[in-house]
Design a protein around this ligand. Structure first.
Ligand code: PDD
Length: 287
């Protein structure tokens, strides 16, 4: 079955879907995006991603392209037309098309909106999580507004490729103080050597992950605490457990960092339990 993309008001075969060469997303990375996990055709952490989308657009003064209701309808319809049961749906909104010039285009230039959706093998992801994955570290060379989910992802792409080149799944980025900021497309967590759950606070230059937010709520429901405090690469290497969170990755246990085994080199009990519970909640609450 061929895939379908929504582009500026119409659904088109993915192979024929195009945007203008002077789209500002293409020329300046002047746009934002969101990724929702899809479970049984429904969208996970729906409100969190929608709220963050509006925030990203507002921060960049890109017009909200359509009502929340219409956008929801387009997301659902793209999932439906692609017959995705388990997978992801991707939304990108850019500042639109205009003659290439750095300042914002004329008031009223319509934003460009594209939506795509693809199936992802849930069984394969579960098998990967059961084994755990390798992480490497890379210097964080990104700009100062990583709280906005922009399509300007070149440093993230380079970090992820460095991970792949070294046979790892994810790269954790490290600031000039030697502290982990976040993964190239995930938030980073550890269970430190004292057994405390730790993840970087969102005052730092990181993305406030929706998976992170849902997981925090789950952890609080269990009466457990998360220490939102930076940790160093050394803290991570001597941690009992390490894992990372994102749409699509859910809660993914890391079993090594830069080749150093974490704990006993197997997915830890806390990460494993949090993955199961996150998945249960996300599926239950998907809309
Ligand atoms: N990435 N940090 C970064 C830099 C990210 O790109 C992402 C998500 C996250 C986790 O956010 P969330 O839990 O809301 O998915 C953290 C998406 C999945 C991507 O780029 O494909």
């Amino acid at each position: 079955m061929s895939r379908v993309a929504y582009v500026n008001g119409t659904y088109q075969p993915l192979s024929e879907a195009v945007i203008h060469v002077e789209d500002r997303g293409f020329q300046f990375a002047d746009g934002v995006y969101e990724v929702w996990s899809v479970f049984d055709g429904k969208l996970a952490d729906f409100e969190g991603h929608m709220t963050r989308l509006v925030r990203s657009l507002t921060e960049l003064r890109i017009a909200i392209p359509m009502t929340r209701g219409s956008l929801t309808q387009v997301l659902r319809e793209t999932v439906r037309r692609n017959r995705v049961r388990d997978g992801i749906v991707y939304l990108q909104v850019t500042r639109g098309t205009a003659r290439r010039d750095h300042p914002f285009p004329a008031e009223g230039t319509p934003p460009s909106v594209i939506v795509t959706s693809k199936s992802v093998s849930f069984a394969k992801a579960q098998a990967q999580a059961a084994k755990g994955v390798a992480v490497i570290t890379q210097p964080d060379i990104r700009w100062g507004r990583c709280d906005i989910k922009t399509v300007g992802l070149l440093p993230n792409v380079l970090a992820k490729q460095a991970a792949r080149d070294r046979g790892a799944y994810e790269a954790w980025m490290v600031d000039e103080m030697g502290l982990v900021t976040e993964g190239s497309s995930t938030n980073a967590w550890i269970v430190d050597k004292n057994g405390k759950l730790r993840t970087r606070d969102t005052q730092a230059n990181i993305l406030k992950g929706c998976t992170r937010t849902t997981l925090m709520a789950l952890i609080a429901e269990h009466g457990l605490e998360v220490d939102e405090r930076p940790f160093s690469v050394d803290d991570a290497k001597e941690a009992k457990e390490a894992f990372f969170t994102a749409a699509g990755a859910f809660v993914m246990p890391a079993i090594s960092i830069d080749g150093v085994k974490i704990g006993d080199g197997k997915p830890g009990p806390i990460a494993t339990r949090l993955r199961t519970e996150y998945l249960e909640k996300a599926k239950r609450d998907a809309v």
